[in-house]
Design a protein around this ligand. Structure first.
Ligand SMILES: CC(C)CC(=O)Nc1cccc(-c2cccc(CN)c2)c1
Length: 232
């Protein structure tokens, strides 16, 4: 998160840190007791290894009352996801066991009605992604409020040039922006998860490259079917 601020500790109890060998790689969020939603492109550099999921955290390093690292039973990248574009960039992670819910660990509802969030709506994004152009990583969760911009503006020739589908949405990226390591986190508008951070053009803080999110509503049925199939 570039030019954000430290989040109020444990006020985003749905936030997850996807880790490999104790290192934060991507964000994610709890959508059910045993399920975390994130971005498929986060598995690009994992060489087939499963993530571990940190829940209940504000600091990545300090001991905290309800902080707990969960093993992952299975990972389900969306079939349409691929390394060449941002399409269907969703990843479902089934935890080895149901997460213990408490004041610091809570599920976040996601939008099921497939209708665009109104332009200029101010939404919130959070993550432990890089906080400056040198790639500095924060220890504590960062947050940012960003206004939704229209798909037409985001698709302008000088912006994302027609690559933003109806399953994606954008927020302004002048100065304040998402960045590496924020992928997979939720874009929360009026208390509901409307989008999942995707890397897009993999540049940060450039107003010519607005932040891109995978809209969740179009994938509600996919999410329900994966959870139903794996839960048995
Ligand atoms: C395995 C993955 C961590 C690889 C990856 O995602 N790299 C990477 C590099 C530079 C910027 C970004 C990035 C993320 C989220 C939002 C944005 C754009 N605002 C950029 C992402």
């Amino acid at each position: 998160i570039l030019r954000g601020s430290e989040a109020r500790p444990h006020l985003k109890p749905y936030m997850a840190s996807l880790q490999l060998d104790g290192q934060h790689v991507c964000g994610g969020f709890l959508i059910a007791e045993q399920w975390v939603l994130s971005a498929a492109h986060c598995t690009e550099e994992t060489d087939g290894k499963l993530f571990q999921v940190l829940l209940g955290a504000h600091s990545l390093t300090e001991p905290e009352p309800h902080k707990r690292l969960y093993q992952v039973r299975a990972q389900f990248p969306h079939n349409g996801s691929n390394v060449h574009n941002n399409k269907d960039d969703l990843l479902l992670l089934q935890l080895e066991e149901k997460a213990e819910l408490n004041s610091d660990v809570q599920v976040l509802p996601f939008q099921r009605e497939n209708r665009d969030v109104a332009v200029d709506t101010v939404c919130e994004v959070a993550g432990w992604g890089t906080i400056d152009h040198s790639g500095k990583r924060p220890d504590k969760l960062q947050q940012l409020q960003l206004p939704v911009i229209s798909r037409d503006v985001c698709n302008h020739r000088t912006r994302h040039d027609g690559t933003i589908t109806e399953n994606m949405m954008c927020t302004d990226s002048r100065r304040k922006d998402t960045c590496k390591g924020d992928s997979g986190g939720p874009l929360v508008c009026d208390g509901v998860a409307e989008g999942v951070v995707t890397a897009g053009s993999r540049v940060c803080g450039n107003y010519k490259k607005p932040a891109i999110y995978t809209r969740i509503a179009p994938y509600a049925e996919w999410i329900d079917s994966v959870m139903a199939s794996a839960d048995g």
